[in-house]
Design a protein around this ligand. Structure first.
Ligand code: RB5
Length: 155
């Protein structure tokens, strides 16, 4: 598993904490920047670079950060095949993998501290997709993306 990480200028320190943690756990990652606290980047680019790597199959999952986590999740979810979840609680970070097969975790440096963010990243990376009935719903998300969601059928 390889993880794409990226951030805007509002989340450099959080990205560095996540990077150090991945390093400590020996999890391969690609750091798409930014690379210094005084560097500036608009958050859509943070999403774009990391999610491009996922689309290309170069990375499997992403952790993308901005001030709130919301901006990067909005931008990431515009990209085909990307299911980004903005999380600040453990339950959501776990079940967005298990049920939504989320491939990008978004977090906000102004929302979560590094300690919690690391817990969220760990549970996100360590939780497998459950498949089964959830796979059908993921296919429905993809159908919306492709502009052809079938009429609803209630079972
Ligand atoms: C940047 O100041 C801030 O707007 C951005 O990091 C993010 O919070 C947007 O959603």
């Amino acid at each position: 598993m390889k993880v794409a990480i990226s951030c805007d200028h509002a989340a450099f320190h959080l990205k560095e904490a996540i990077r150090a943690h991945l390093e400590e756990r020996g999890i391969p990652y690609h750091d798409f920047g930014i690379y210094a606290a005084d560097e500036k980047r608009d958050y859509p680019y943070a999403s774009f670079y990391a999610c491009q790597a996922i689309q290309a199959g170069e990375c499997d999952l992403g952790i993308v950060m901005c001030g709130t986590g919301v901006g990067v999740s909005m931008a990431a979810n515009k990209m085909a095949g990307i299911r980004a979840a903005c999380c600040s609680d453990y339950f959501s970070a776990k079940y967005t993998r298990a049920h939504n097969d989320a491939n990008v975790l978004c977090m906000g440096e102004r929302v979560v501290g590094a300690g919690l963010a690391i817990e969220l990243a760990d549970v996100f990376l360590d939780t497998p997709f459950e498949g089964g009935r959830h796979a059908r719903r993921i296919a429905q998300i993809a159908a919306i993306e492709g502009g052809k969601l079938a009429p609803e059928s209630i079972e």
